[in-house]
Structure formats: C-alpha cells, structure tokens
Design a protein around this ligand. Structure first.
Ligand SMILES: [Zn+2]
Ligand SMILES: [Zn+2]
Length: 269
C-alpha cells in the first residue's frame, strides 16, 4: 500500500497533455510507417495511433497485381504518402469494414469485400464503422495533420467493385489466397490463407492482443465457429489486423486458450 502523501500531489499534467493543451500534430509524410516483413509482404501502419486501435495494413506483392489488405483510418492519403501502393495494379480488400480498416479504400479503383458488409463500405456511417464511439482524440498519441478533427471524422464512401465469399481464390498471378469467411467480430470478416507459404492474414477475428467480441454486429456463436475453423489452419505465420505477427505455435496457443475460456474447445488437441 502506498500512503497518501499530503502536499506531494502535483496538479496539472495528466497524461502527456494537460486539459486544454493542444495535442501535437504530425506531418502527413510522417504518418505512415512501412516495414518489409518477408515473402513479398509489407506492413504499413500508423504509429501515432495507439496500439489497440492501430490497424495493420498489409501489402502483398504479386506478379500480375498487388493486394492491399485493409487501408487504415484514412486520415492521411495512403496513395500520396506510401508510393508502394501506386506501383502497379492493386486490389484493395477489406478484411471487414470497421473504420480503422477501410479509411483509404476510396483511393483505389478495385475494392473487394464480403457481401455481408457491402452496405457498410458503400454507406460507412460513423455508427456502422464503429467510428462512433471509438474515433476520438483519445486513440491518438499525436493527431493527424490539420484540418483533422475527431468530431468531424468519417470514412469516405467507396462502394465495392467486387466481392469475395468463402472458398474463393484471390489470384495475384503467381500466388493465390483462399478466402475464409470468418464472421463473429463482424458479419463479413474474411481471412486469407496462402497454403503454399503458410501465411494467414486473419483480420480482427484473431490477433495477439485483446479481441473485440462485443461490437453491435458481433455474434458469439459465429465467433466460436470461426475460431474453431482457424485453429485447423496449419499457419506458419499469422499477420493479424492489429498487434505483431506470430508463428504457428502461437496461433494454436491463442485459439486454444480462447476456445477453452469459452468452454468450446471440443475435440481440439
Ligand atoms: Zn474490427
Ligand atoms: Zn480493427
């Protein structure tokens, strides 16, 4: 127990910025961070967004076209500040349609999503994308460049130009990703599985951090079924929607622990 020391209480600063003090803004050219992670995969993220809210944007190099899995919050132009995404024909896929994942989709001519969330991509209201309640200044370490204001923030509408459903193949010419429909966190969540390399892009259904199971369109039974299905994927590396990537052992451990907590481990080894 720490005794209360009268007279030692410092008034004023609470956290990095005291009430009424303006939060620092970051220049657009510093907003994105780009890291090559191997296998022709590049992680693009927004380091000035706090870790829990920071979306992993995955760029996958293909022979005939590139694939972009998610596009971040959309507060700074991805096309203008990350040249990688303009180098060749590119398809922007939405792992799902929460605001942190689809903010720059409108910048790309080819946009694909699962039909269950097509309406949200076309009409991305603050409520539908979870910008309400999440998109406030509190999710930032430093703010995007002016004139960004959290109170005015919204995702720009970008209707899908194509759809993917369970079992479909996303073919980049020299690499193929199988679409796994993973409802639970949201109804149109998809994961992408490249059997040849053992890479799984999981979106927000599973990653190495606190999972979000209580969104307005979450479904507990679907969540369990999706996790049970992903458990059986022999992943070598998992690139999730948030937090650092991890290997196949960690993949099994995360899902085993989660299913155990739900009393849904069943016959899983
Ligand atoms: Zn999400
Ligand atoms: Zn997310």
């Amino acid at each position: 127990m720490v005794p209360f020391r009268r007279g030692r209480l410092e008034m004023g600063r609470v956290g990095p910025f005291a009430k009424g003090e303006a939060m620092e803004r970051v220049d657009a050219d510093r907003w994105y961070r780009v890291q090559h992670v191997g296998d022709g995969v590049t992680l693009i993220d927004e380091p000035f967004i706090k870790a829990f809210y920071r979306c992993n944007i995955w760029h996958v190099r293909g022979r005939d076209r590139d694939l972009l899995i998610d596009s971040g919050m959309g507060v700074v132009s991805l096309r203008a500040h990350v040249p990688l995404v303009t180098e060749k024909r590119l398809t922007a896929l939405a792992s799902h349609t929460h605001f942190d994942h689809i903010g720059c989709h409108h910048e790309f001519a080819e946009r694909i999503v699962h039909p269950a969330e097509a309406d949200i991509l076309a009409h991305p209201t603050r409520a539908a994308t979870l910008a309400n309640p999440y998109a406030t200044d509190a999710i930032f370490e430093a703010l995007p460049p002016a004139p960004y204001a959290s109170s005015d923030y919204g995702v720009t509408s970008a209707a899908a130009t194509g759809f993917v459903a369970d079992g479909d193949l996303v073919d980049l010419g020299d690499r193929r990703f199988e679409v796994i429909h993973t409802p639970g966190h949201s109804p149109g969540g998809v994961a992408l599985w490249e059997a040849e390399t053992g890479i799984l892009f999981s979106g927000d259904i599973v990653y190495d951090g606190p999972l979000v199971e209580d969104t307005y369109h979450a479904n507990a039974a679907d969540y369990v079924a999706s996790m049970a299905r992903l458990f059986d994927i022999p992943a070598r590396v998992v690139h999730g929607g948030h937090f650092p990537s991890y290997d196949g052992r960690r993949h099994k451990a995360i899902i085993r622990a989660w299913l155990t907590e739900k009393g849904a481990l069943g016959a899983k080894p």
